[in-house]
Design a protein around this ligand. Structure first.
Ligand code: FAD
Length: 567
């Protein structure tokens, strides 16, 4: 039903929950006082989502002068990096989740949680419209509206199917805890079905062909987990069909793990080949039927089909409908994700912030700022800098914008001078001055190719911490708008812009081996890195409870193997 036609709308107003109908304008909800303490003095902060970004914001918000409403269809935080481990029972699903009420209960801040999904954001009236998944009156799902003074949008992203026919209906996603649970049940299902006496060998082979689409870190880790599960546990339980198992990993580009250092990519490809995992690069999925998957060879263009028993889709992320609608409403309809400035404020919107996978810092603004840095360094206004001055500018740019640095590193360019050299087709010598026009043309190359900050938990959680710290100091800064002396005359905002610190990336490859790319381009691969992975992931857990559960799951798996019962 269209939201404007809602008969019953609940609105949280002044911190108190009020129910009203369009006909009988408003009446007091008798339970309102119990639900939310009315406190008109407090600024209302509405947080959408309980994922990495939202939870890290909530955990770090300490200023008690806010009235916080958390809205999410999921009443828990999920530690997504361990989801591939849940698919094969290495870790139990309950070990990777923490109830959001446990997280907000400990706070000095007044925080309330509503289990609902935001369906519309109305920035003009500073309201969000929500729909609860829970049906309390038998008339359908509950719908209500919540007022805000500050809105924090951290709803993450959804799976991107690229509108390829059959993907939605026939493949499994690996995004949520429920997805990992479904995959775990279906893997066992395939083995049980293949063991039935009535099946032909052909059909058994099909059922035990597991196809993973997407050679990114998630697809690769799932393939490795599945391989370990089959070889360490399943072979003992299903000896008759063990030889029929096949794992295929499909990747459209030339290599798997192509965001990693080439040494890691090469190691992973060789290891998978030794393990018998069939890695098909340059293979783009064009259609998924219920028993057959069709791929197109990117170079030759020919289409082939292969029978499969189970397919897992892990190719990338797309925008959630509520964000798409909001983007259209605020004139960002031509973008893929919400554009924010460097302070994570949604461009052109008052008091609306966006972080995590649903947002990105606007590249155009970044480019303007980078050009401004150049002009500032160009003290004599000659339009040129010496290479030495230029290197200083570049250092400043890379510090402010880690994505530029990530881009340059991915291109194996230690500095922009190399990029200039490439774009001009000649060398930049120490004595040669760098012209602003050359710089701009090189920048436009960066602009078109430069990747956004990666959509990772690392970025999302750092953004949550950053924004919470800004909110913690907001009141102080409003009273004293000039801010501390060191910020005066510095720029447009009282807070430092958000800066991402890349702490490295892991790629678990199975057989107790992991690859890690750590800051400073330090690469480490092998069994010792697996121990580093264990320690980092144990330490990153959101609570002592989940930490204890995850570690005990690892020990349990080591002693007893994975549980293959179908519950
Ligand atoms: P999410 O964590 O997805 O949270 C979004 C929240 O919004 C959820 O609570 C959701 O229920 C809620 N929501 C959705 N729609 C609405 C709505 N309409 N209204 C209100 N709430 C809504 N990153 C790493 O850095 N390292 C890793 O090893 C890693 N491994 C991964 C493995 C897997 C299997 C997956 C799927 C992701 C992995 N990632 C990893 C990526 C990481 O999980 C994401 O980048 C991160 O979750 C983004 O955080 P977020 O808060 O933006 O979104």
């Amino acid at each position: 039903p269209s939201l404007s036609k809602l008969l019953i709308v609940f609105t949280v107003s002044g911190g108190g929950l009020v129910a009203y109908s369009e006909a009988a304008k408003s009446y007091e909800n008798p339970n309102a006082g119990e639900l939310v303490e009315a406190n008109n003095r407090k600024k209302k902060v509405v947080v959408l989502g309980t994922g990495w970004a939202g939870t890290s914001f909530l955990k770090n918000l300490k200023d008690p002068s806010y009235d916080v409403q958390v809205i999410s269809p999921r009443n828990y935080f999920a530690f997504t990096p361990l989801l591939p481990s849940v698919t094969c029972g290495t870790v139990e699903s309950r070990s990777v989740v923490e109830p959001i009420r446990n997280i907000i209960r400990k706070k000095h801040v007044d925080a309330y949680y509503w289990e609902a999904e935001c369906v519309k954001i109305d920035p003009e009236n500073k309201k969000v419209y929500c729909r609860s998944n829970l049906d309390t009156n038998g008339n359908g799902k509950e719908e209500f509206a919540v007022d805000y003074d500050y809105l924090v949008i951290s709803v993450g992203a959804r799976v991107n199917t690229f509108n390829i026919p059959g993907v939605e209906e026939n493949t499994f996603f690996l995004k949520e805890v429920e997805d990992a649970q479904k995959i775990r049940r279906t893997v066992i299902d395939c083995f049980e079905k293949a063991s039935l006496p009535t099946l032909s060998d052909e059909e058994r082979k099909r059922l035990l062909h597991f196809v993973i689409v997407g050679g990114g870190p998630t697809g690769v880790e799932f393939a490795a987990q599945l391989h370990d599960f089959v070889n360490e546990d399943i072979v003992r339980l299903y000896p008759k069909v063990k030889d029929l198992v096949k794992i295929t990993l499909l990747e459209a580009t030339d290599h798997i793990l192509n965001m990693f250092d080439k040494r890691i990519t090469a190691f992973a490809e060789e290891k998978f080949q030794r393990d018998g995992i069939d890695v098909k690069t340059g293979s783009m999925v064009v259609k998924v039927g219920d028993k057959e998957i069709s791929t197109k060879d990117v170079k030759r263009g020919d289409i082939t089909s292969m029978p499969y028993g189970m397919a897992v889709w892990s190719t990338g992320i797309g925008t959630r409908p509520v964000i798409m609608e909001f983007m259209k409403h605020i004139g960002q309809g031509n973008r893929r994700v919400l554009a924010t400035d460097e302070w994570l404020r949604v461009e052109g919107q008052d008091n609306v912030y966006a972080l995590g996978d649903c947002a990105t810092i606007n590249q155009r603004k970044v480019m303007e700022d980078i050009a401004a840095i150049f002009h500032k360094a160009d003290k004599d206004n000659s339009g040129t800098l010496t290479v030495k001055e230029f290197q200083e500018v570049l250092k400043d740019i890379c510090e402010r914008y880690p994505q530029v640095e990530l881009y340059l590193k991915s291109k194996k360019m230690s500095n922009l001078a190399d990029l200039l050299k490439e774009s001009k087709g000649d060398g930049v010598k120490e004595s040669v001055e760098v012209n602003i026009e050359d710089f701009k043309s090189a920048l436009s190359q960066v602009d078109s190719e430069m990747k956004n900050l990666p959509a990772t938990a690392q970025v999302a959680s750092q953004q949550g911490v950053y924004l919470a710290n800004c909110f913690n100091r907001m009141e102080e800064c409003e009273k004293n708008p000039e801010g501390p002396l060191r910020f005066r005359g510095e720029g447009r905002h009282r807070f430092h812009p958000f800066r991402y610190r890349h702490l490295g990336q892991f790629a678990p490859l199975g057989g107790e081996q992991t690859a890690a790319q750590l800051p400073g381009d330090w690469v480490s691969i092998g069994h010792s890195t697996q121990w580093l992975w264990y320690s980092v992931y144990a330490s990153k857990q959101v609570s002592w409870r989940t930490r204890a559960l995850v570690v005990s799951d690892w020990v349990r798996r080591y002693i007893f193997g994975r549980d293959s019962s179908q519950i």
